[in-house]
Write a protein that binds this ligand. Structure first.
Ligand code: AMP
Length: 136
């Protein structure tokens, strides 16, 4: 099986435009940027889903994401940012090594996300909430 492309970046076998590196996390520019400064933040450890990250990794990845978004405001003149995680093929995850996207936004028309809200009954909403409620 071919090795994960992001693991190869972590090992230094593939180049990247590195933005941040710590013991647990790495941030670099997306090679196919949607906007200027489109960045990816990954845990160095290969896991696929957000739920598999340790609390420290979650903190590292998302605090780096927040800081990079702030830097895009001050250094690139962005006006906002989208923070994205595609989890699972069904949600568009192509690289199966967890990564958070930071997409700095400069204009409304750069990115189009089509959203079609479902119409659910109160019973369905209550039943869903019941099953998802956290037991803590
Ligand atoms: P996703 O659909 O969330 O799995 O997105 C994977 C992202 O990884 C895409 O936006 C790709 O452009 C990006 N990508 C793939 N290979 C590389 C690479 N070698 N360096 C930087 N970004 C990459």
């Amino acid at each position: 099986m071919e090795e994960c492309v992001f693991c190869r970046i972590v090992k230094g076998e593939l180049p990247c435009y590195r933005l941040y590196e710590s013991e647990l996390a790495l941030a670099f520019l997306d090679i196919n940027p949607i906007t200027r400064g489109h960045a990816l933040i990954i845990p160095k450890r290969h896991v696929e889903r957000l739920g598999q990250l340790s609390e420290e990794e979650v903190k590292e990845v998302f605090s780096a994401a927040a800081e990079i978004a702030e830097a895009s405001l001050s250094a690139l003149g962005a006006k906002g940012a989208n923070f994205w995680v595609n989890q699972g093929s069904i949600a568009g995850q192509v690289v199966k090594h967890f990564h958070a996207h930071v997409v700095p936004r400069y204009a409304e028309e750069e990115v189009k996300v089509e959203v079609r809200p479902l119409k659910l009954s109160e019973e369905e909403m209550e039943s869903i909430a019941e099953r998802l409620r956290l037991g803590r």
